[in-house]
Design a binder for this molecule. Sequence first.
Ligand code: NDP
Ligand code: 8X3
Length: 251
Amino acid sequence: MKTVLITGATSGIGETCAHLFAQQGYRLILLARREQMLDKAAKHLADKYAIEVTTLVADVRDNAAVTEVLEGLPADWKEIDVLINNAGLSQGLDPIDQGNTNDWDTMIDTNVKGLLYVTRIVSSWMTVRKKGHIINIGSIAGKEVYPNGNVYCATKHAVDALNKGMRMDLLPHGIKVTAINPGMVETEFSLVRFKGDEERARKVYDGIEPLMAQDIADAIWFVVSRPAHVNINDMLIMPTAQASATLVQRN
Ligand code: NDP
Ligand code: 8X3
């Protein structure tokens, strides 16, 4: 039986990946901050798919908490086949001279440092087993920069660099490393970016058919289900109505 660890499993892409991997018979380790949502999802998935699910309540920004929950896993749950580094967020959309430095800290600490804390531990387990697959959720924002996207784009460019660096460092151990870089996906992402302003969040997807979390989960499953000798390094996935970070065709 295979095991997947998904960070940011309470919503959007992470939650949908949990369903898809459960459907495929994987054992799930689901990590996020919202405990009740994690518990509810775990019970539902375990019942529906007759699989084992473990939940880890942690903030990926907190290195000590990440270490405690991961090291606290029973030995056989540490045999992780797939790590999906998905927990992440954007906060604000302001020019650099007006940015909120707390928002900057949150994005850098979550999207970059949090991803690193989890990867540090799980990759060390994978190297012992000489196998594993790390999926890093980047973004079109890691390939292009757009006005007012400054710090969020910088964090996703960092994910892009780390994805390449990890692949080099883990090459001798036979570990696959893949970046999945989506354009606009309709999840809680915009609501979080605009701090609960539903009207502003809705406008992001006005007049276009955005990607859905299922589209990204399907791509992740495609990547994970390739034969052992095949690694997809990097995938950029856009809504048909979005040609670049800033060029969107709205009806
Ligand atoms: P959602 O807001 O729907 O989900 C984000 C998930 O991350 C939640 O489960 C949240 O759980 C978790 N999370 C956030 N901060 C932390 C933290 N500090 N510690 C642990 N978990 C955390 O967004 P998406 O599903 O859209 O986003 C998933 C990833 O996809 C992110 O990395 C995002 O940058 C990326 N992405 C999204 C795009 C989009 O347009 N939606 C496009 C390109 C990339 P909880 O609050 O319970 O902790
Ligand atoms: C999320 C997509 O275009 O809002 O990473 O940066 S975008």
